[in-house]
Design a protein around this ligand. Structure first.
Ligand code: PBG
Length: 341
């Protein structure tokens, strides 16, 4: 065995240290052997945007590498998810402006974009799980997640609509309903609505701790709600300065029957993910949102950081914080890297 002498002096016999943490980092195999957390393809949920038309793949300027796909193209993306082993895709529609109204009524159309996409993906790629977002913002002319009256978002009336939206999505084949609206009491109401219609096995992943965040900007470009949004969402999404309130929100959603909970955004809220997982020990997901993706991509495009490495490091952070899985626009890229190893 070769001994690595200290190069500064051949006489130097070392510090007599008992603890040398660097030993466990001396090579790739040694680092892998003691690695505390793992990221696998099974941890990934891939959000995808759907638009009208045929053979369409429309770039989103603020999210380089992300596209809006027409339903036929979306099916191809779902096949890619299957081939990579990504368990779930999440669908978000770009509703044509002419179909947006004050009540978001297109959300209840059984033939809206999301429902068409669900049916097409379910029949072509039944192996992939389908998550659909419940909230009215892609459908309302004012860009809010709920019904708006005299500048106020109506809670209970909105919940009634959300229940119907969830049932319509389940009828189209959604496997996981993900309410992202932050209305009070919606999880219990949606659970009851799904059960009434025989959808006992449709899961609910609650956007339980969702903050009023600037990091959703590029997403709102993607679904076209930036152009329409009147005011902000601070009367329903959470104040970024709060922690205990997040635990309260999560406790309520679990009590109301959520099967899984989510914290959103991701990287600026790792402390919340950690506390949620620690306090409840239930399936906990992080949403690495559009603005987080855009930041990494923008810096990488400028040559300011290595995009692939920053991507993997950001995903490692979620696992370290305690997340069971991550919704991320990086899903296919990360999956390819993970499978190549
Ligand atoms: C809609 C919704 C939003 C996101 C997911 N669902 C935006 C918002 O609440 O304004 C954001 C996702 C992202 O930024 O990637 N309720």
């Amino acid at each position: 065995m070769t001994r690595h002498a200290d190069h500064t002096s051949s006489q130097f016999s070392g510090l007599g240290l008992v603890h040398r943490p660097r030993r466990n980092r001396k090579s790739d195999w040694a680092r892998r052997l003691v690695r505390e957390h793992q990221l696998s393809v099974d941890d990934l949920i891939w959000p995808l945007f759907v638009c009208e038309g045929q053979s369409i793949r429309e770039p989103i300027a603020s999210m380089p590498g992300v596209f809006r796909h027409s339903v036929d193209q979306l099916v191809e993306q779902a096949k890619q998810a299957r081939d990579l082993g990504i368990p779930v895709i999440a669908l978000f529609p770009y509703t044509p402006p002419t179909l947006r109204d004050a009540d978001g009524s297109e959300a209840l159309n059984q033939n809206n974009l999301v429902c068409q996409a669900c049916r097409a993906v379910k029949s072509a790629v039944p192996e992939v799980g389908l998550l659909t977002d419940v909230a009215l913002d892609p459908y309302t002319s004012h860009g809010h997640d709920g019904l708006l009256q005299d500048g106020h978002i109506l809670n209970d009336q909105t919940v009634e609509v959300l229940v119907r939206q969830a049932v319509v999505q389940a009828q189209a084949g959604a496997d996981i309903i993900a309410p992202s609206d932050m209305m009070d009491g919606r999880v219990a109401a949606i659970r009851a609505g799904l059960d009434d219609h025989g959808f006992h096995d449709v899961q609910i992943m609650a956007y339980a701790a969702k903050y009023a965040s600037a990091f959703y900007g590029p997403f709102r470009d993607a679904v076209g709600s930036n152009a329409t949004l009147v005011g902000d969402k601070r009367t329903y999404q959470m104040d970024p300065f709060n922690t205990n309130e997040a635990l309260h929100e999560v406790a309520l959603d679990l009590e109301e029957g959520a099967d899984m909970v989510m914290v959103k955004p991701g990287m600026p809220y790792l402390d919340i993910i950690h506390r949620v997982k620690d306090s409840f020990g239930r399936p906990t997901f992080a949403y690495q949102v559009s603005g987080e993706y855009a930041m990494i991509e923008a810096a990488s495009a400028n040559g300011w950081l290595d995009g692939d490495k920053a991507m993997m490091e950001s995903l490692a952070a979620f696992k370290r914080a305690g997340a069971d899985g991550i919704l991320t626009y990086f899903a296919p890229r990360a999956a390819e890297k993970l499978l190549k190893r």
